[in-house]
Design a protein around this ligand. Structure first.
Ligand code: 3SL
Length: 241
């Protein structure tokens, strides 16, 4: 970014589109509302020391011998042999305080890994929206919201959060430019904001999670400011700012 110009905000609605972006001088906010980035915020709000987002089940398992707590989700479910799956409630466990965690999920940890080439990578969710937007305002740097989606498809809940963040930043942040995807996300959020849960009624991810009977997780992840921390990626590891 030219330092004399105003920052801009952009939204990448699917990891498949991320190669089109130039994140080297930007802050990338990685978003996986259901449920990876929501659960990561909960882990740090409950005192986790660090969390390594890893790509594979084997990578996560390998951290067990290093004294880490390990988490793994595939098809929405926790896997045998792991301490946690991907429910935000499991990251409220007493073991979380001062722990080091390795986590692999279908889309969220993958998005965190592909964002590594950015200037800065942070984790976004409705659970940390105010503290995150206040921190972003202070950085005065271009922002890219990277929606994890589902296996490279766009999904509603991640784009809605990107729209909520655009909305929050618009009030305080002296943006020169909102890219079309940011405008679209913000308009989607304005349609949904009075009833996020109802708006997502027909969404593919809510339907996918229905068989797991985790409606409480979905309700939890759509609340504002329940986990007011900003997880930031340093090297391969997330820490709370
Ligand atoms: O894909 C992911 O990273 C998960 O958040 C998906 S799920 O909510 O556990 O189904």
């Amino acid at each position: 970014m030219n330092r004399s110009s105003k920052p801009l905000i952009d939204v990448c609605i699917s990891p498949a589109l991320y190669p089109q972006f130039s994140p080297q001088d930007s802050i990338v906010v990685v978003i996986d509302i259901l449920r990876a980035t929501s659960s990561i915020c909960v882990a740090f709000a409950n005192g986790a020391s660090s969390l390594v987002p890893v790509a594979t089940i084997e990578d996560s398992m390998a951290y067990k011998t290093k004294g880490f707590l390990i988490g793994a989700e595939r098809q929405g479910a926790m896997l045998d042999g792991f301490d946690f799956g991907n429910s935000p409630f499991s990251y409220m466990d007493a073991r979380i305080k001062n722990s080091n965690i390795a986590l692999t999920t279908t889309n969220g940890t993958k998005a965190l890994n592909i964002a590594k080439n950015a200037h800065t990578v942070v984790v976004g969710s409705f659970l940390n929206i105010d503290v995150l937007s206040q921190w972003l305002v202070k950085q005065n740097r271009n922002v890219i919201c990277l929606c994890a989606g589902w296996k490279n498809s766009m999904n509603l809940e991640d784009t809605l959060f990107a729209g909520a963040l655009v909305d929050a930043l618009q009030n305080d942040f002296d943006f020169s430019d909102f890219r079309d995807s940011a405008i679209a996300a913000q308009q989607l959020y304005s349609l949904a904001k009075n009833d996020l849960y109802g708006y997502l009624d027909n969404s593919s991810h809510r339907k996918r999670l229905e068989r797991l009977h985790i409606e409480d997780d979905i309700h939890y992840c759509l609340q504002l400011n329940k986990a007011p921390v900003v997880p930031v990626l340093r090297g391969h590891t997330l820490y709370a700012l």
